[in-house]
Write a protein that binds this ligand. Sequence first.
Ligand SMILES: Cc1ncc(COP(=O)(O)O)c(C=O)c1O
Length: 395
Amino acid sequence: MHEGTGFTPVQAAGDGRAHGFSTRAIHAGQEPDPLTGAVVPPIYATSTYKQDGVGGLRGGYEYSRSGNPTRTALEECLASLEGGVQGFAFASGLAAEDAILRALLEPGGHVVIPDDAYGGTFRLFDKVATRWGLGYSAAPITDLAAVEAAMREDTRMVWIETPTNPLLNIADIEQLADLAHRRGALVVVDNTFASPYLQQPLALGADVVVHSTTKYVGGHSDVVGGAVVVRDKEIAEKIAFHHNAMGAVAGPFDAFLTLRGIKTLGVRMDRHCDNAEAVAEFLAAHGKVAEVRYPGLSTHPGHDVAGKQMKRYGGMVAFRHKDGEQAAVDVCARTEVFTLGESLGGVESLIEHPGRMTHASAAGSALEVPGDLVRLSVGIEDVDDLLADLRRALG
Ligand SMILES: Cc1ncc(COP(=O)(O)O)c(C=O)c1O
């Protein structure tokens, strides 16, 4: 297996400091190409590698499902940004989630999941993992006592998403990790909404971080991908085995695009946060809006916890329309700068109706979302254009 370039989060800058976030986003895993000096890691579009005699691997690579240099660059960068011992790049966020369940749990195990998680995560637990012998209970992860009550003798994992999709609830990672570890369960945090720029769950006690890199990490709505970053070597070995054995790996072209996006993560996230704060304040003062869900508002129930564990409050905003479901659907159809579409975290602003779109698979379950809810992925366009668009669409 390839050993990596050694640009780790603990490597000191010249003056003895650890490198900052954006320095690592641009350089970790991305040493200039030793052959040509190319400053951007090349796309190694190869399935296999010539061996110098049987077993004589030149760069540690033998077959691109097991390892590919473009993917390695991305994996090292992800590990550095999340502060983990190893990162793994997958074909999608859900492929990454599936690998975590199979690598770290046995049939018969039980998982506590958030009662407002991404709909696809819920579907994975409800329709796939249960058939494979895993049980789950959905609990409000903002409520420590409720999570404790949902835990059983056979609970092996607590699955956290924070901020949650789509209601932007905030879970206290440190407290939940303490609780789960006391009861012998692992802690997984889906860090997709925050990105490692705003929140680093491993430093707060989580064992595993998972991402849909399709979102903020890639950041340009041009690639689907997933990532897992882990706290220790033992977990890393299990994920590495399943990464290769199940094979849902990121291809070199996708790894290249994701790595290209990651370099600007810090500057993009700051602009997303600036714009989302302005949008949340605008909505909070609008007569047609019943409730704004944004952790940056002091009225948000998770505001203090978010302030403690996040650098800023993120680019996602959700709101409930005063006039009900049809009015919410109509707003989604009326915006012009906000594009009606699923997904999130790209430079362009998106709007959607979770109940009929991203979270339709949770209908009728504990994870069903309110029909009057609209979700915004606030992009990095000029904020005045975003506010004018929403003003027009809300009427
Ligand atoms: C919070 C969250 N986790 C995981 C996923 C799944 O990722 P992917 O679509 O890349 O499979 C998504 C997708 O929307 C998401 O929003």
